[in-house]
Design a protein around this ligand. Sequence first.
Ligand code: FAD
Length: 113
Amino acid sequence: TYRKVPPPTKEVIGRSSWTLLHAIGAKYPEAPTQIQQDEMSRFMALFMRVYPMDDSSTFNEIQKAFKETRPNVSSYKGFNSWLCNFHNKVNERLKKEKFDTTFWEDRWANGWE
Ligand code: FAD
């Protein structure tokens, strides 16, 4: 019989979303073509537009912060450092611990020693 899985909470949606975004970052090319850069810019802009958040002032602030920084899509390093900084801005607004971005590749790409 089917196990009755509940709908996702905003924490689960958030954690899954960051997992997807950082995993996409881990596969982003070192030297993306113009097409790949345009696609990533559009993807991030649309992702932020469709992100399933209730109309909350916090989420509005996060969307504003996104519009102010715009993703750096020029390279692997550029995109991932932009994404980590943006994630830290969200952490800050939600009063969460700041992530030390020097550990980004250990956490999301290469694994810890
Ligand atoms: P998460 O923030 O989900 O992070 C998951 C893991 O990523 C962490 O355990 C850590 O290992 C790693 N990590 C943390 N920070 C970084 C970083 N800077 N760089 C790299 N890796 C990092 N929640 C709300 O309540 N209100 C909102 O308005 C809201 N808006 C959101 C908007 C977006 C676009 C997204 C993606 C999420 C939003 N969330 C919001 C969800 C929120 O950001 C968290 O995902 C959720 O609260 C669960 O937090 P968590 O402690 O599991 O860690």
